[in-house]
Design a protein around this ligand. Structure first.
Ligand code: NAD
Length: 334
């Protein structure tokens, strides 16, 4: 099979992980890297580097990663679509819903494949949680709760914690539930600034499922939790610890009209299959799709744009104090 010629634009934290991952994967050759910062380019002496992405595209690429700050994604995405080069674009796809849908439109019109780097779907506890919910192992899904806390990385300078971190969670809950987000209510605060650095939100999904979210950059520890309340108890995916735990419900029968509630059973850890690191899984999927495999497991541009649209509605809700619909902000896809 053909070896795919790949490149990465943006050589910060995410771009460096992409470059390392691509360089190590069978069936892929890392042929070029681009960044505006000479020091970043110099830190990759083994691969040709560029400042001018148009010049880099003339090398002929089978796909390219965009790992620059979110506010620059659209510029490079439109250039790749126009050049007919497939792309893996980091999350958030863009800083606004309008920009995200323009990217979607450009690749669709060009007939070029692209996906969004929502790597959290490829964390082993989350992937297994999705599989178990999908096969209905724990019965009806009642509610989702997400918590994503930590210290500010110092890297993200163009958007706040909602677009940087909470966008993972709006993507995850919609994917786990298999339903789009219809409306949001949210509160945010700017503590260290210049953008919001703490946010709390409730998203309502089609069918009425509620998902509760907290994300912040003001905690001196790292926490990444997704809880799924089901009819058979609560599943807790902890991607820092790398665990998935089931806290079973002991069914409490409704007696004489009393509220049945739930009673706790004994918690146990669910065994997780060995999986490659999330960035590796993502590039294995890209490689396989571009070699003709069915598109599966990657986050589509429409899903990435839907996540941005939901976070944008969430910021509107925080600014206005009003519950804000999401669906009306999205184009009807044909
Ligand atoms: N999927 C994930 O888990 C994950 C994790 C971290 C970051 N990200 C995303 O990756 C992107 C980059 O984040 P980061 O943490 O690596 O940031 P970073 O600041 O570490 O790196 C950004 C890099 O882009 C370069 N750059 C800036 N503007 C440029 C331009 N116009 N053209 C070319 N290069 C430019 C900078 O010199 C820097 O090297 C963001 O969209 C972020 O949300 C995703």
């Amino acid at each position: 099979m053909n070896t795919l010629r790949t490149a990465v634009i943006g050589l910060g934290w995410a771009g460096t992980v992409h470059a390392r991952t691509l360089a190590a994967l069978p069936g892929i050759e890392l042929v070029a890297l681009a960044d505006l910062d000479p020091a970043r380019r110099a830190s990759h002496p083994d691969v040709p580097t560029f400042t001018d992405v148009e010049a880099m595209l003339r090398l002929g690429l089978d796909y390219c990663v965009i790992a620059t700050p979110s506010t620059t994604h659209e510029h490079y995405a439109l250039a790749l679509a126009a050049a007919g080069v497939p792309a893996l674009i980091e999350k958030p796809l863009a800083p606004t819903g309008a920009a995200a849908w323009r990217i979607h439109e450009a690749f669709t019109q060009a007939g070029v494949f692209a996906a969004v780097g929502h790597t959290e779907r490829h964390q082993a506890p989350i992937t297994e949680l999705a599989r178990l919910l999908n096969i209905g192992r724990f019965g009806e899904l009642w509610q989702l709760t997400t918590c994503r806390q930590g210290p500010y990385s110092g890297r993200i300078l163009d958007v706040g914690v909602v677009l940087d971190l909470l966008v993972h969670d709006v993507d995850l809950v919609s994917w786990l539930a298999g339903e789009p987000i219809e409306s949001v209510t949210a509160s945010t605060r700017v503590l260290a600034g210049p953008y919001e650095d703490t946010a709390t939100a409730t998203t309502m999904l089609r069918g009425g499922l509620l998902a509760h979210h907290h994300a912040d950059w003001i905690s001196p520890f790292k926490q990444r939790i997704v809880q799924a309340h089901t009819a058979a108890g609560v599943l807790i995916a902890d991607t820092v610890a790398g665990t998935l735990t089931h806290h079973p419900n002991t069914a409490r029968p409704a007696a004489s009209g009393a509220f049945p509630g739930v009673a706790p059973g004994d918690a146990y850890a669910i065994t997780l299959a060995e999986r490659a690191a999330p960035f590796t899984v993502q590039h294995q999927l890209m490689r396989d799709v571009l070699r003709g495999a069915p598109v599966s497991g990657l986050v589509t541009l429409a899903e990435g744009a839907a996540a941005v649209t939901a976070t944008e509605a969430l910021l509107t809700s925080a600014a206005t104090g009003l519950a804000t619909p999401v669906a009306a902000r999205q184009p009807a896809l044909t």
